[in-house]
Every structure is written in C-alpha cells, then in structure tokens.
Design a protein around this ligand. Structure first.
Ligand code: AMP
Ligand code: MG
Length: 347
C-alpha cells in the first residue's frame, strides 16, 4: 500500500484535504493525524471492522482498548450510558485537552473498539486538525498512538512514516506535537475518579476540580499481583533497542556514576538535562530539556528514544525526573522504556 504524507498548513487549513482524509475514515480506512499529545492512528470508532484494522497495522494486542476522540461535548452523550457530575466538571476544566475519561459504553460502540470491555475511553482533543478530521469523518475516531506496538509514541509525522509506511493510506502532517506525552486517563465508572495513566494533566490539577481522586494502585506495583486497570499499562511500551537504565540520587553522584559506566564501555547513550549536559565526558550525550521546565522534558522524551535507536547505541543511561507534577507521567513512560531498570546511587 502506498502511504500519502500530506502537509497541513495550520494557518490556512486546507479543508478539502481533511475532507479527503475524512472520506477514507468514513469508508473504513485508517488515517494518522496529529493531536496535541502524540500522533494518533485513526479509524471510525463505530465501525468494528475499521477499528480492527488499527490492531493489525500496529501489531497491537487485541485486549488493549482504543480511545474514542470526539469534537464536541454533545458527542459524548451519544456513546456513553451516563456522564457523572465529576466528569462534567473535569470536561469543563480540561476539555478540549489531554484528558481521557472512561465511561460505561452504549451498544453503538463495538467491542472491537473497546478491547472487549463494557466501558469506553473518550477524549476531546484541542488540536484543530484532529477536530476538523473528527467532524469530517462522522464524529467518532478511535485512535491509539500511531506507532508500531512496543515502539516509542510518535511526536512528528516523520516518526509515524517510519512505523506506518506501506501499512496505511494517509498521514496528515501537522508538524511536531506540543505536549509529546499521552493523555491522562481517568476512570469515571467507580464511586470516585481514579487515575489509570498519569499524563500532562497532573493529580494536583485534577484535585482542584474534584473532591476525591485516587491513583490506580496497579500503576506503581512493579512486579506485584496488582494489575493496572488500563489494559495498555501492563505492556512494556516505548522500548528503545538499547538497554536503558535510570540512575537516581544526588546530581553529582548520578553524573559520576554515569561517567564511570560510560568510560571505555561500548557505544553508550546518556539522557541528561540543560543543567548537567556539560558534566559528561563520554558517550552520545542528549539533552532532554531543562529541570526548570518539566514540559520541555516530556515533549522530547519519545523523540530522544527514537534517536538512540538510529544512533545504534548499545546501552543508555538516563537521569531521573521524579517530581510530584509532570514528573509522574515522565517517569511512568521512562520506567516502561527501561523495563523498570533503575539504580539508586545515593549511598
Ligand atoms: P494509546 O492510545 O496507545 O495511548 O492507548 C490507549 C490507552 O487507553 C491504553 O493504555 C488503554 O489500555 C487505555 N484504555 C482505553 N480504553 C480503556 C477502557 N475502557 N478502560 C481502561 N483503559 C482503557
Ligand atoms: Mg500507545
């Protein structure tokens, strides 16, 4: 299959091109498109056969449900049984934006979209290309990240092309995405909201809107029997080809440990920050952003993991980015990429 890569000028939205993409979706095909979080691989969410094509193109396990993207608040009522008060408050605060909410689904949403679950994940993105495409396609696009399963999520159209060339008919190129990390997922089907995946919308931001919110215990359980509630969170995603290790502790000790590991060893990569980039004497050193600006760290993470694949490094060492805010989402993705390999060099 020939994959068309179409550049979209955001200042002068070419509606006829988005209409063409919408036609592909309406006729059961796949289109990759930008959102503010990462690029998505879309299909008509209400067409079971179309949604199934996403699993085939990505090599995604069939029990890992898809997020349904909508373009306006009214659309949610058509596909879910009930929108609880807290969901309305969260939508008011964070939609359009990087928040996904889980509801009990209506009949019209096929099990092929929800990985066999009776609940459905819904998000109203803020990206204007995404929203125009949703409108043109009939209102409901099922879309996971547009990477081959197990690869880092795509933050540019070029990343999507690397993974999806020959597998899908069209990619809309809206330039690099602004956020670069997937949406926060909140489950609204329990007594109170539960965060199933940390993302750009942090716990404290959610706490300003709802009285009570919990974090899924399965998220922090590295090898316990507690499973994460979002099926996708149990898989080892985002894995670079090289073995990745996270190094935690006071900054001087982290730098000294990494320098020691990299001296004389094979081809190694280092993920560091603006604050430390001049401290490393060996290896392929990549600066992920500044500790004073967590959003910059989040937005570069996946692209850096892909770059290391291209550079052919054998091992990667990364500084740790744990903080109560966006650091939760960054570390969740980084730990997965590292297969939970982390060393504490405090002692
Ligand atoms: P992706 O779009 O690739 O980031 O994957 C979607 C994420 O949403 C995966 O981690 C899924 O497990 C999660 N998800 C989607 N639908 C549901 C649902 N109904 N219940 C729980 N998690 C869900
Ligand atoms: Mg994904």
């Amino acid at each position: 299959m020939q994959t068309e890569l179409i550049e979209i000028d955001r200042r002068n939205m070419p509606v006829h091109l988005i209409e063409r993409a919408g036609m592909i979706l309406r006729s059961g095909g796949l289109v990759a498109f930008p959102t503010e979080t990462v690029y998505g691989l879309g299909a008509d969410a209400l067409n079971e056969e179309a949604a199934q094509k996403i699993y085939a193109a990505k090599g995604r396990p069939s029990d890992n449900p898809l997020i349904v993207h909508i373009a306006d608040m009214e659309a949610v009522g058509q596909i879910v049984k009930m929108v609880p008060e807290e969901a309305r408050a969260l939508a008011e605060a964070f939609w359009p934006g990087p928040l996904t909410m889980i509801f009990h689904k209506r009949e019209c949403v096929p099990m092929g979209t929800t990985g066999g679950l009776s609940t459905v994940a819904v998000r109203l993105p803020s990206d204007e290309i995404a929203r125009e495409l949703i409108r043109q396609s009939g209102g409901y696009i099922a879309a996971p990240s547009a990477n081959v399963s197990g690869r880092p999520s795509p933050t540019t159209a070029q990343h999507v092309y690397e993974d999806m060339n020959g597998r899908i008919p069209m990619i809309l190129d809206g330039g690099p995405v602004p956020i670069g990390i997937e949406s926060t997922i909140v489950d609204l089907t329990e007594d109170h909201p539960v965060i199933l995946r940390p993302g750009y919308i942090t716990l404290s931001m959610i706490q300003t809107v709802v009285d009570r919110v919990e974090v899924d215990r399965g998220l922090s359980a590295e090898d316990s029997v507690i499973r994460p509630k979002a099926p996708g969170m149990k898989y080892r995603h985002y894995a670079p080809k090289a073995e990745l290790q996270i190094v935690e502790g006071p900054v001087e000790r982290v730098v000294s440990y990494i320098n020691k590991q990299c001296s004389g060893a094979g081809k190694t990569g280092i993920i560091c920050t603006e604050e430390t980039k001049t401290c490393y004497s060996h290896g392929d050193v990549k600066c992920i952003g500044s500790r004073k600006d967590e959003a910059s760290i989040a937005s570069h993470l996946f692209a850096i993991l892909r770059e290391f694949d291209e550079d052919g490094v054998e091992r990667i060492y990364s500084e740790s980015f744990e903080t109560p805010g966006l650091g939760q989402a960054i570390m969740n993705r980084l730990l997965k990429a590292a297969g939970h390999r982390k060393i504490d060099v405090t002692q």
